[in-house]
Design a protein around this ligand. Structure first.
Ligand code: HEC
Length: 108
């Protein structure tokens, strides 16, 4: 009786762990994309926009070594806009940049 429970418990825990991943929106794993040799950025959706806007003043390597939440990524952008001469983005461009950063460079 007891030994059955010992086998069952990890199985249930395993299911609880896997279920949300199956049920939730499937986000392409970062490993599915190539890294651009020039910038070090993942060639995932949004790559061109990020490359064109985020590698002008500094190398992308300044920020690809980081991982932040969307909120913090946005704070970094606002900080550069307020103090470092970063230009304003059209809302859809900003969305694309934030989607990309949030998805492929999340907190680690
Ligand atoms: C107009 C110039 C400019 C552009 C364009 C720019 N940045 Fe920056 N960024 C800076 C400067 C200047 C710093 C400070 C660099 C330093 O501390 O050496 C900085 C710092 C950062 C930091 C903080 C790094 C740290 O040390 O914590 C992040 C993250 C960052 N940039 C991300 C981005 C992203 C993402 C984009 C594209 C949306 C971008 N940058 C575009 C000027 C720019």
């Amino acid at each position: 009786m007891k030994s059955k429970m010992v086998l069952l418990l990890p199985a249930i825990l395993g299911l609880l762990w896997v279920a949300p991943a199956i049920a939730g929106d499937h986000v392409e794993a970062a490993e599915e994309y190539e890294t651009d040799p020039e910038t070090g950025l993942l060639k995932a959706p949004g790559f061109d926009t990020v490359k064109n806007n985020c590698t002008v003043c500094h190398s992308a390597r300044l920020f690809t070594s980081r991982g932040y939440t969307r909120k913090i990524w946005l704070e970094q952008i606002r900080w550069m806009q307020d103090t470092q001469g970063l230009w304003e983005f059209a809302p859809e461009v900003e969305e694309e940049i934030l989607d990309y950063l949030e998805t492929y460079y999340p907190p680690r």
